[in-house]
Ligand binder design. Sequence first.
Ligand code: ADP
Ligand code: MG
Length: 598
Amino acid sequence: MDIINILPDSVANQIAAGEVVDRPASAVKELLENAMDAGATQIDLVLKDAGRTLIQVVDNGCGMSDGDARLCFERHATSKIHQADDLFAIRTMGFRGEALASIAAIAQVELRSRLHDSELGTAVVVEGSRIVSQQPAACPPGTSMAVKNLFYNVPARRNFLKKDSVELSHIEEVFRRITLIHHDLGFSLTHNGRLTYDLKAGSMLQRICQLFADSYKERLFSVEESTDILRIKGFVGKPEYARKSRGEQYLFVNGRYIKHPALSTAIERAYDGMLPDRAVPSYFVSLQVDPSRIDINIHPNKTEVRFVDEHALFAILRSAVKKALGQFTIGAELSFDTPPEFNIGPAPKGYIPQEPKISYDPSYNPFRATPAQTKLDLRGASGSEGPSSSGSTKRLFDADTDTPDTLDTLPPVETKAQCLQLQGRYIVTGLASGLAVIDQHRAHERILFDRLNTSADLRPSASQTLLFPVNCQFSPADADLFAELTPDLRNYGFAIEPLGQCTFVVSATPADFKEGELQTCFDQMIADYKGATMQRFNNRSQSLCASLARQMAVKPGQPLSQEEMQQLVADLFACPMAETSPSGKRIITIVKPEEILR
Ligand code: ADP
Ligand code: MG
């Protein structure tokens, strides 16, 4: 008995469709690409329920004739290539004639299209690959493709869709990848009746600012390089804005978003030695290469590419970014303080350190002490400035005889011991149990975490009102997230009110907060929140609190005065968990007296 049968077209189309369209975002990508291939200058994307109910793309491109408006839904129907050789000179986004056939197999599609020189357009309705109707229609020149009820006839796929917020974030990512590189076209995105993006044609930097936030102007610097085999144009992030989570990293080749781990590494390598641990820079980099030097056999739906000259591209890209960074940092040295180098020198012979005097300095408040704590201003022999005095070195080695306590029983305020700052990152101070080397950033993180974590009513004067309220801006997607977080933030002493869709006004912050860092702090907080990097905490407000403490804490490399260090040490030892930071990292290392002797 014969057991082979030929699948009916409808079934074959549905199966094939799964390769092209696996979720609303992939249909969005195909429709946007078609609109661009049609030469549109304005493209509007309208969504309902994250694309589940409706994905509509309206363009002002060339439009289609009556015949083409029917034909375009056939498999292998394309106007973009005629013979296999054309593949080597492909300049359009699509060329396989598969997208519309696939979409039509798994949705109800309504197409309205009009050629620019026709009086009247045409309206076609297709359902599950079947043309249901076609009629003349009055419509503007260009094409509107409305895809309704995606996967209506493929329940298995429909059931695999994630919740709306997830599907929408996939669509938004597709939208960003396309609109970033096609900044010379106008785009809009409307979801459930709300206009989320309205992007005017402009430069790439303008587009980045429209998509993310205006502040990106200050966070990026431009990279440009032109060689025989590669042209580079784009923007890379200043090192100080690098984040711990892989966020805004966009690489384009010949106008397409691609993923290419080696080229991404090339960009990141250019930052060697400039970024804190595990931080990654943002970048928006567009490469132009001779299309014949790219392996075209790679699936057009995938974002992977292979290059003939990969090694050369790697080297050129890395040095171009390095060069740009170099120019940027030379400029930066003129305008930013660099932490003073610190070398431990021996104390001058016969040097006798002066006893510290206690005085109160009301204007000084780098680490806000709760009112219960007394502010001690211990001006030692080295004066209040800086670590580089040899006097404090001498003092340091005397210190352990002054402080007969062990680490465990150390009283909360042991501010008498002099502190030294080492490499701008560590505070070295003497304890009876040895020499304590304290990571200044982690220590402060712990202190702030504990303070923020104290419930608001037990935290007096937790908030400081800003003289001038500060506006913080987010991308529409981030703004939604931020709105979710504001109740928690208010708990920590922020006064935040929404102002329009993507802007929030901050009029008060926790008392320890440096207001200049609001935007950066919130951005990082959102990135942390998205990346769920803080899963070790059992609830959201704990992880938020940890993220906030990390942002607010003194940075490695920040010079600290003697008082600041002493206050930090005192506050740290007042914390029940002084030895580990909120993210579980070690704060203190003790070098034992025996080890010092040795
Ligand atoms: P491909 O893009 O690979 O050619 P598609 O299935 O995406 O295949 O589209 C089939 C054809 O339909 C295209 O080649 C093009 O001629 C036509 N088409 C699709 N979308 C549009 C549009 N928005 N405007 C004009 N023509 C379009
Ligand atoms: Mg296409």
